[in-house]
Design a protein. Structure first.
Length: 162
């Protein structure tokens, strides 16, 4: 059996924290409705944004991947939904790994830009971390709703972002 504590308490947050110094995009950090999926919240607020640099576009894509992970985990409520979430989590594992590797092709940020990004977007990452942690703890406490595939997918996700 999988160590639920390891999955819920450490690994799932790695996807967000490994890119924390680079995240940069205007996303809501307060005033959102917790029952509404984050993807809907952010897509409603992201219309009419100016064109982004390649680095910011990559950052936005990463944040959206984390939001998709959260929303997928939030939908897990029983064995059937746990099994349904597995292919999405497996896809997100691959996409997050590819996304992280893509930063190597970008030019390095100057210190001022990186500092600005950290100040502006670290709260967003922290909020996503909190929400992912809540979902991970809930799923682990429910013993993955009896699914053997869900913990395996989550372990793969954790391993793909390390």
């Amino acid at each position: 059996m999988y160590d639920a504590r390891k999955i819920s308490c450490t690994g799932l947050l790695l996807a967000a924290t490994c890119a924390a110094p680079l995240f940069a995009q205007d996303f809501p950090t307060s005033g959102t409705i917790d029952n509404q999926p984050l993807v809907q919240q952010q897509s409603q607020e992201s219309t009419q944004k100016p064109e982004l640099s390649p680095g910011e576009s990559r950052i936005r894509a990463g944040i959206l991947l984390l939001v998709q992970l959260h929303d997928t985990m939030a939908c897990v409520q029983d064995r059937d939904s746990a099994e349904t979430a597995v292919p999405t989590i497996m896809r997100l594992s691959k996409e997050l790994q590819t996304w992280g590797q893509g930063f190597a092709a970008l030019p390095p940020l100057d210190e001022a830009t990186q500092s600005s990004y950290e100040k502006r977007y670290l709260p967003i990452i922290n909020k996503l971390n909190e929400r992912i942690q809540i979902q991970a703890d809930r799923i682990a406490a429910a013993e993955f709703y009896g699914s053997e595939n869900l913990p395996a997918a989550l372990v793969k996700l954790v391993n793909s972002v390390q």
